[in-house]
Ligand binder design. Structure first.
Ligand code: ATP
Length: 296
């Protein structure tokens, strides 16, 4: 049957799923502060194979369901970034037909933990709804539309290795970065980003050195920093314990991601990473510990 513009669009009732990968700041330099109070950053950002999951399908009315290990920590109000993403997309395309939608979030990432769970959920929601509603929008436009939802939204829409500058919205893709076997460890305490920035001693720090040889990223990292790590440890000493646990389990490089408290360790191979994650989980059953790989 031929469809004309006057006929209603039929939407997919089969759920469309999108991964909301964990965002990992392999390096994060705070290089200044804007007049409006936003901090200027330079960060090498990668995403993990592990993350939350978003599923969307057409329905009789809008609904939102959250399940998974960290579901109880997710706000169910309209502040939730998933719902804000849905509403933003509808508002951005008022003439485009958009069905009521049922959205399910499987919350596998600890909340307020420096791995961008909320931002990545919002970005995955946008990717899923663009497919469901067949909105003709490219990734660059979608990233720009998403920025008002948060400075980390554009990078999470891109969801690939990149260097982020400005307040996080200026993105430079990094080609040929190898997939790194890593372990993510969170000591089970939320750390709110604003308090970590308040505890930061210096806001004017040296920028990232250029990453000219991506195959030597591991060596390059040793000359970089996460400037938010010392203030986060001063607020929450368990961050130091998480770093020590990763080191003790054989990581060749350890660091905190974002404003914490999640830390990552880089391992030589996936089998060693899997054993390390299990060992840490065995010793600290209340912590979150998982082996994964960064998306190349
Ligand atoms: P970032 O690294 O971008 O600072 P984060 O990992 O530290 O992010 P999130 O897990 O995104 O932090 O949570 C930050 C805040 O966002 C929390 O206080 C939480 O209440 C709120 N929030 C809104 N929507 C969500 C969501 N879908 N998942 C998790 N948190 C959400």
């Amino acid at each position: 049957m031929k469809r004309t513009d006057s006929q209603p669009v039929t939407f997919n009732a089969v759920p469309l799923a999108e991964l909301a990968p964990a965002k990992i700041n392999l390096a994060l330099h705070v290089t200044g502060r804007r007049a409006d109070g936003y901090h200027l950053l330079e960060s090498l950002v990668v995403f993990a194979e592990f993350g939350d999951r978003i599923a969307v399908s057409s329905a009789a009315r809008d609904s939102f369901l959250v399940e998974g290990r960290f579901a109880r920590d997710v706000p169910l109000t309209n502040d939730n970034l998933v719902l804000r993403a849905r509403d933003m997309l509808r508002a951005a395309y008022p003439a485009h037909p958009t069905s009521p939608v049922s959205i399910a979030l499987e919350k596998n990432l600890p909340v307020a933990s420096g791995i961008g769970g909320g931002s990545s959920d919002a970005a995955a929601t946008l990717r899923a709804l663009v497919r469901l509603w067949r909105i003709p929008v490219d990734v660059v436009t979608l990233a720009r539309l998403a920025l008002p939802l948060g400075a980390d939204l554009p990078m999470c829409v891109a969801a690939r290795p990149l260097v982020a500058r400005g307040i996080g919205e200026q993105l430079e893709p990094v080609e040929r970065l190898p997939a790194l076997p890593i372990v993510l460890v969170n000591p089970g305490v939320p750390v709110e980003t604003p308090s970590v920035f308040r505890a930061l001693a210096s806001r004017d720090n040296p920028p990232l050195a250029p990453l000219s040889d991506t195959t030597a990223v591991r060596d390059w990292l040793t000359a970089t920093r996460n400037d938010l790590e010392p203030p986060a440890i001063s607020i929450e000493p368990l961050v130091g314990d998480a770093l020590a646990a990763l080191r003790g389990a054989g990581a060749s490089f350890v660091r905190m991601s974002g404003s914490g408290a999640t830390c990552f360790g880089i391992f030589d191979d996936s089998a060693t990473a899997a054993r390390a994650a299990e060992a840490i989980a065995g010793e600290r059953p209340r912590w979150f510990s998982t082996a994964t790989r960064t998306l190349a």
